[in-house]
Structure formats: structure tokens, C-alpha cells
Design a protein around this ligand. Structure first.
Ligand code: G6D
Length: 348
């Protein structure tokens, strides 16, 4: 196994480093210190061909023209916070509104646009990079001086492991995720329509027109949100089911059953034979099927289009601060935040 690095670009006169993590099974992970962002995953198909299986680019400047958070670390709070407002211990906070009347993904120019300190590491059973960020009190309106680290690692079991750690000196909100878009086909022209998804989730979060949760958890039975058995994404693409029509696909949190049996999510692409299984300590996974991707965004010379990739954003339920039962995302002084998500790549 190996970790190597190259100069990937310059941003505000600071060097952007791209690290390549390689294991002995021909799997590669590429990550950069801009946004602690995953820029590529290469994994073999059933014929042994390795190719890109996530949306990304080998050219740093592509990331400066896109607002789709490709592979980015998202925070302090992934997803929307209604009206960008919340209170903790009786103190009210107002965040900048960067998504209509709400705040999305931690507000403008957040984790995904910052340069993180990067520290490669190599252990007997894994190679990786630790990214560190200091987010000062008041950043985008969030209270507390926050120190956060994101550990990316790759092992010999073809597992991409994301480990998060954070501390704060004042009560604040924290609900980070990674915004990777998978497309396991390895063909940049093929959408994820025929990708098969299985989720260990019997309830999904209903959303409003503006993308914020209503607070209702809806049973997936007899809806295009039923992925309790493996099903093709396209069941929600041409559906007239109101929650699919609202967003032209999926842009929804799935509340995980946490039954303790098997992975929380399994995504498969039958032609290539590739499979990725996800397990997380979080209580939800947001499935966004790239509905808004358009040819205005070009990555690696390829124009984007709707449904060219889909996310499995492991996180606590969006807008949790406003909905009972969505989980706790308040981080307090003296508590060490920790979360883990593992994506394991196999062949069907
Ligand atoms: C859109 O509503 C979607 C989000 O879920 C997604 O994260 C973003 O595009 C990239 O805002």
C-alpha cells in the first residue's frame, strides 16, 4: 500500500495538494486539502478494468466552477437549517441564508471551500490522510471555536473509511458529511438510472418545496422510496409520486433502521459488477440523485447532466435541531465528537 502526493493547483497563493492512496487490490483513492475533498476513486470491474467510479476531476480548477460539492467535506451542518435560525440553551443564532430562505451545507464558502491542513499516514493495514481545520467562533454565524479532523483511509479490504473527530469551546451544532457522487458504471455518459440501491430504512424524511424537512417520517412501503429490497434508481426518476416529482428524483434523507444486521446501504451496477456497501454511525443517509446537474458544469472535460451520479451522504437527519426524534447535533465543550462511515467496494 502507498500514499503519494502531487501539487494539484494554487488557491489564494496556497498550494493545493492531491494525495493518492493505493492498496494492493488495484483500488485508488485521491483526496485534496481544498475542502478535504475526495477527487477520485478507481475500482476494478468484473473484467478487471479499473476506472473512475465517482464524479470528480483531475483538474483542480474544475472545482472552482462547480457548486455541486463533488466529493467535498460538508459542514458544520450538512443539509438545510430552516430559516438559518436555531437556538442553544436559550441563545438564538442566525446564519447567512445561502439557499433561498434557508441555510444549506453550513452556509456560503464553508468547509468545502477552505484549505485544510493535511497529514498523510501509513499504517500496517491502511494508508490515509488526516485533514485538520480550525473554524473560529462565529464562522458563518455558528458559535464556538471548533477544531475538526477528517481521517480518510484505504485498507486491503477495499474499504474507504471516513473518521471524524471534533471539539468546541462553546455549545454549537455539528453534522458533517461527505458529498461523494457515485457512478459505478465507469462510463461518464451513463446515468445512474439502472444502478440498484438497497437501504436498511423503512422511513424517509418528507421534504417541502424548498428542500427543508417537514418533520414527517413516511413509511416507504408501496412508494418509489422502498429500497428495503434492491431496486433501480429510475423507479423514482419518471415517477409521479409527489415527493419524487418535487425534485425530479431523490433529494431525501432516509432514517436508518439500525437493526444491527448488514450494511446501511448497498449500491450495485450490474453491467460492471461493481458494488459499494456503506455502514455509518449516523442515523441517516441522504440520497441525492444529481437532479440539478447540468452541462453548465464540466468536470474533466465532460459536461454534467441530471442523474449522472448519486450521493450517499451519511449524516444525522437534516434540520435535526428543529425536529424531535431526528437526533442530537449539539456538540458541547468537554465532549469529543466522533463519527465513522465506511464504504466497502466489492464485485457482485
Ligand atoms: C441541491 O438540494 C440539493 C442538495 O441536496 C445537494 O446537496 C446540492 O444541490 C448539491 O441543493
Amino acid at each position: 500500500m502507498e500514499v503519494s502526493k502531487i501539487e494539484f493547483g494554487l488557491f489564494h497563493n496556497q498550494t493545493i495538494w492531491q494525495y493518492t492512496l493505493t492498496n494492493d487490490n488495484r483500488m485508488k483513492l485521491k483526496v485534496m486539502n481544498y475542502g478535504a475533498t475526495l477527487t477520485n476513486i478507481e475500482a476494478p470491474d468484473k473484467q478487471g478494468n479499473t476506472t473512475r467510479v465517482v464524479i470528480g476531476s483531475d483538474h483542480f480548477h474544475d472545482y472552482l466552477q462547480e457548486d455541486a460539492y463533488f466529493g467535498a467535506t460538508v459542514g458544520r451542518v450538512a443539509g438545510r437549517i430552516t430559516a438559518g435560525r436555531f437556538s442553544i440553551d436559550g441563545t438564538n443564532y442566525q446564519l447567512p441564508l445561502n439557499d433561498g430562505k434557508n441555510t444549506n451545507h453550513g452556509g456560503p464558502d464553508s468547509f468545502e471551500h477552505l484549505i485544510w491542513d493535511s497529514h498523510p499516514f501509513s499504517k500496517a493495514d491502511q494508508v490515509g490522510v488526516r485533514f485538520d481545520l480550525f473554524s473560529p467562533n462565529g464562522t458563518n454565524g455558528f458559535p464556538g471555536n471548533l477544531n475538526i479532523s477528517v481521517f480518510y483511509s484505504l485498507n486491503q479490504k477495499n474499504e474507504w473509511h471516513l473518521h471524524y473527530e471534533a471539539t468546541t469551546d462553546k455549545p454549537t451544532l455539528l453534522n458533517p458529511t461527505n458529498h461523494v457522487y457515485f457512478n459505478l458504471a465507469g462510463d461518464p455518459d451513463r446515468t445512474v438510472d439502472s444502478h440498484l440501491l438497497k437501504l436498511a430504512s423503512h422511513r424517509f424524511g418528507e421534504i417541502k418545496k424548498d428542500g427543508t424537512p417537514t418533520g414527517r417520517l413516511i413509511d416507504v412501503a408501496d412508494t418509489p422510496f422502498d429500497f428495503t429490497k434492491s431496486a433501480a434508481l429510475k423507479q423514482g426518476f419518471d415517477s409521479d409520486y409527489p415527493q419524487n416529482k418535487l425534485v425530479n428524483g431523490y433529494d431525501h434523507p432516509f432514517f436508518l433502521d439500525k437493526s444491527g444486521e448488514g450494511p446501511d446501504a448497498v449500491l450495485e451496477e450490474p453491467l460492471s459488477g461493481r458494488q459499494v456497501s456503506m455502514t455509518t454511525t449516523n442515523n441517516a443517509v441522504v440520497v441525492y440523485s444529481g437532479n440539478a446537474l447540468s452541462s453548465q458544469i464540466v468536470m474533466d472535460g465532460k459536461p454534467m447532466k441530471a442523474h449522472l451520479g448519486m450521493t450517499l451522504e451519511a449524516q444525522m437527519m437534516p434540520d435535526a435541531i428543529h425536529h424531535e426524534g431526528f437526533g442530537n447535533i449539539i456538540l458541547r465543550p468537554g465532549v469529543k465528537y466522533e463519527a465513522d462511515t465506511v464504504y466497502r467496494f466489492d464485485l457482485i
